[in-house]
Design a protein around this ligand. Structure first.
Ligand SMILES: [Zn+2]
Length: 64
């Protein structure tokens, strides 16, 4: 049986000085890696590794 890895929605924030999206939070699904760091993101603007990954704040009450 193969278990499909479950993507986790994380908020990534680029911290590269001078990047056009520096400090912006981008929410996207991430798949766990087999090796550390478990979750890894690459900025689409500066192509640097984003290490600032955090779970989505759990304040979602917009179920309409
Ligand atoms: Zn960047």
């Amino acid at each position: 049986m193969n278990e499909e890895p479950t993507p986790v929605m994380l908020v990534a924030t680029c911290r590269t000085s001078g990047c056009s999206i520096e400090g912006l939070s981008i929410t996207a699904p991430y798949y766990p890696n087999a090796t550390e760091p478990t979750y890894r993101a690459v900025c689409g603007e500066c192509m640097q590794t984003i290490t600032d990954l955090s779970p989505i704040p759990d304040d979602d009450e917009g179920n309409e």
